[in-house]
Design a protein around this ligand. Structure first.
Ligand SMILES: [Ca+2]
Length: 377
């Protein structure tokens, strides 16, 4: 158990002061509700990627190597569930996100994303399956990113249900073909929106555009590993893992172009300009950005009651900085940033979930990965 004492938090803020915030008007904010208690809920796991709570309080988790497990509330790690499809588990590829269907209570259906091998290489795919004890049944693929290419990088892929019951899937540019993020004849560097059965919603923005793939919702993205619906505006927000410098948060709207790789605040690894600059007409600006990059991954809008000061704040995981970032908002504007858990636990955090108990759960992407619970003391 780790306690973040007020004194410790002062030192965290001191660390924060060393890494300049890009948004000049963004203020450092500080949690004032006493100390935060951090408890290890489960260990003995590997490179955790996604997590979803079952209604009975057990946790469904994915390990990137291609395993899905159920972890009981007391931290007992179950055997890998049988029945997963073929998975390309190399580099950044593997078993990725998992969410419950909105009607899980009756359907027992879950949705998960993964790197799918096939003709031409691999790409991100999404399937649903029925959770039946220790196995998955009736596995049905509902989306497959086109085209498949030979790459082990930039798969996305966060899954988020929209309030209207459609499913958003974030898809990476696959790294070696980043220019394809700007054209609509492929799914690289796109957010797509599908119905729960895999069909295309009739009101998607490009369904009537010749040559465009109809699943596309927005484009010009790099590698989005985070997505969530803002509980107040009901709009989709996505978090984009940028190049060296240039991680972004975007309000992701139908038919819009988010710029990559034409505009970016980042540069190539090792230096070197990408694209044309930071602004261009017809291309959206991020709501928030991190330069230097913190390697953003999953995030949520916190809606629970256990941390009143955090209500409707964004909690976002960082891989490189090994922190949980808290962002305060005023409408659609980010007004403050706090970095929690900074280096405290020495873990790269991949996903954050709000539990049915209103507490915060964070999973780490490490060879010895853990599930942590944050509670107010
Ligand atoms: Ca952008």
């Amino acid at each position: 158990m780790t306690l973040l004492t007020p004194l410790r938090k002062l030192s965290l803020l001191a660390c924060l002061a060393l890494s300049p915030l890009v948004g000049a008007k963004t203020l450092e904010v500080k949690t004032e509700t006493g100390t935060i208690q951090v408890k290890t809920v489960a260990e003995g796991l590997q490179n955790l990627w996604g997590m979803a709570f079952l209604p009975d309080g057990r946790m469904l988790v994915t390990e990137r190597a291609g395993r899905m497990r159920i972890v009981s509330a007391d931290g007992t790690v179950g055997a890998p569930l049988a029945g997963l499809p073929d998975i390309y588990a190399h580099g950044q590829g593997g078993l990725l996100d998992v969410v419950l269907a909105p009607d899980f209570a009756t359907s027992k259906r879950i949705y998960f994303s993964y790197s799918e091998p096939g003709t031409g290489g691999n790409s991100t795919a999404v399937s649903y399956a029925t959770l039946a004890g220790d196995k998955l049944e009736k596995v049905t693929r509902v989306f497959s990113q086109q085209p498949k290419i030979d790459s082990s990088a930039h798969f996305g892929s966060r899954l988020v249900w929209a309030p209207d019951g459609t499913l958003f899937i974030t898809l990476g540019d696959r790294y070696s073909q980043k220019d394809k993020a700007q054209t609509l004849d492929n799914h690289q560097g796109k957010v797509v929106r599908i119905n729960a059965d895999g069909t295309v919603p009739a009101d998607n923005p490009y369904v009537k555009t010749a040559g465009a793939l109809p699943e596309i919702w927005s484009y010009g993205h790099r590698n989005m590993q985070g997505a969530a619906i803002n509980p107040i505006t009901k709009k989709l927000w996505t978090g984009e893992h940028g190049p060296q410098g240039g991680d972004e948060l975007n309000i992701d709207e139908a038919g819009k172009n988010y710029g990559w790789p034409v505009i970016t605040y980042g540069e190539n690894y090792g230096g070197g300009k990408i694209g044309e600059g930071t602004h261009k007409e017809g291309m959206e600006q991020p709501v928030y950005k991190w330069v230097p990059s913190i390697a953003t991954a999953g995030f949520i809008f916190y809606t629970g009651d256990k941390f009143p000061q955090w209500k409707n704040n964004i909690l976002l995981t960082s891989l490189r900085e090994q922190t949980l970032v808290r962002l305060t908002l005023d409408g659609d504007k980010i007004t403050g940033e706090e970095r929690l858990l900074k280096k405290e636990l020495g873990q790269r955090f991949r996903s954050v979930v709000q539990g049915p108990d209103g507490l915060i759960y964070v999973v780490s992407d490490e060879s010895k990965a853990k599930i942590y619970q944050l509670s107010p003391q």
